[in-house]
Design a protein around this ligand. Structure first.
Ligand SMILES: Cc1cc2nc3c(=O)[nH]c(=O)nc-3n(C[C@H](O)[C@H](O)[C@H](O)COP(=O)(O)OP(=O)(O)OC[C@H]3O[C@@H](n4cnc5c(N)ncnc54)[C@H](O)[C@@H]3O)c2cc1C
Length: 367
């Protein structure tokens, strides 16, 4: 089949690679240059959790992804995930922390927040009244290295990737308009990230685009620390980053934005991130040495939205949205293949327009 993939973030790249490997004639289109920093997939690192507290469907997805992550590492000739352990934390009684504990295969008890300081030899600190679950199967994904690998691997498997080519919106049929030309495909998969609502306006009402800012913090005594996900109002998340930095972000802070006009990080962002760095990272300087903006595309229930267009059965929206999608990247290509082949899929059912199943019964995603 001749398949177009619109958008070459981590989702589009995974889909291109998998479909090309399966023998399809795959053309991938990206409006920006390779490795650009204007969407949702850029940056040095992302959090990996094999037991996401967001629900059983995500645990199944993460474990399914793990096998392909290992295969990708073999092909890339380098590790793409560093397993650091994770601290899933929140105010006492947090449903997210309880879910992480329940879904995990580890029989570990919850810790009180003040146990974290000695546990990390003074590098991390949390308030006494927080519940903390220490999750073994968590770590850090080398995000940009993964994108670079997928760009190479998709092309090696035969996908044709075109950069600086912006498809015209809206997409209503598998005939795509680009630079005054029309190209017709057997199927079109729209992995347009924050632009998906512009490309497929029928879904725009369910895809809110939000600006997020992450910051890197430095210390004179670098040490590999666990990743953290905090179920508080701001949804703080953190992870080790290259050069001994620790990176912090706020899952729930940042306003709606147009993806084509996003405000650069400023002093207000730095001040907010600094407050959390001062509390959580006692041996790091609280001012960020660097900040970066990123886009969240958020659905009302904070789950992915993977749904066939009502206008045409051969057009699929593939939105790995709401700030927690990177870890499942290897499965995205597999799900796209299941859709293309008309195979029954519990995941496609769970993330479709008319959701059923156990998606996110257990609390909001935490990166
Ligand atoms: C700050 C932040 C922290 C995160 N932390 C984590 C984490 O710790 N763990 C985790 O698992 N996930 C995390 N995520 C989520 C994860 O990064 C995203 O789910 C994932 O990157 C989404 O990838 P995507 O391919 O759907 O979107 P994108 O990477 O945005 O890709 C969409 C692409 O489509 C292109 N495009 C759009 N319109 C057109 C057009 N008309 N023509 C051609 N191309 C077009 C865009 O330019 C873009 O490159 C985080 C996200 C952010 C923003």
């Amino acid at each position: 089949m001749k398949v177009a993939v619109v958008g070459l973030g981590v989702a589009g790249l995974s889909i291109c690679a998998r479909l090309a490997l399966a023998g399809h004639d795959v053309l991938g289109f990206e409006q920006f240059e390779p490795m650009h920093e204007s969407g949702s997939s850029h940056g040095d690192t992302r959090i990996m959790r094999l037991t996401p507290g967001e629900g059983e469907v995500y645990v199944r997805l993460a474990r399914r992804a793990a096998a392909t992550w290992r295969a990708w590492e073999g092909l890339a000739g380098r590790p793409l995930i560093e397993w650091t352990t994770g601290l899933m934390a929140g105010p006492r009684g947090s449903p997210f922390v309880a879910a992480c504990q329940r879904l995990s295969r580890q029989p570990a008890a919850l810790l009180r927040g003040d146990a974290i300081h000695p546990l990390t030899r003074g590098r991390l600190a949390m308030p006494y009244e927080w519940d903390v679950f220490r999750q073994e199967d968590a770590g850090v994904i080398a995000a940009d290295a993964t994108r670079a690998f997928l760009l190479r691997q998709a092309a090696n498997w035969g996908a044709r990737l075109f950069h600086r080519r912006r498809l015209d919106a809206p997409i209503e049929t598998p005939a795509l308009r680009i630079d005054g030309e029309t190209m017709t495909f057997d199927a079109v998969i729209v992995a347009g990230g924050a632009w998906a609502g512009k490309l497929l306006p029928e879904f725009a009402g369910r895809l809110e685009v939000k600006r997020r800012v992450v910051g890197w913090f430095e210390t004179d005594a670098p040490r590999l620390l666990p990743v953290i996900c905090v179920d508080n109002e701001e949804g703080v998340f953190g992870m080790p980053a290259p050069r001994g930095y620790y990176k912090l972000g706020l899952h729930a802070v940042g306003g709606a934005t147009d993806p084509d006009h996003v405000r650069e990080p400023d002093a207000r962002d730095a001040a907010l991130l600094s407050q959390h760095a001062a509390l959580l990272l006692p041996t790091h300087r609280p001012e960020p040495v660097r900040m970066q903006r990123c886009l969240y595309t958020v659905t009302p229930d904070e789950n992915f939205l993977i749904a066939q267009s009502a206008n045409h059965e051969r057009v699929l929206l593939f939105s790995a949205c709401s700030g927690h999608g990177f870890k499942y990247a290897p499965v995205f290509g597999e799900l796209a293949q299941e859709w293309l082949n008309g195979l029954p899929s519990a995941e496609l059912e769970a993330f479709g327009s008319h959701r059923r199943g156990d998606v996110n019964r257990l609390g909001a995603p935490k990166a």
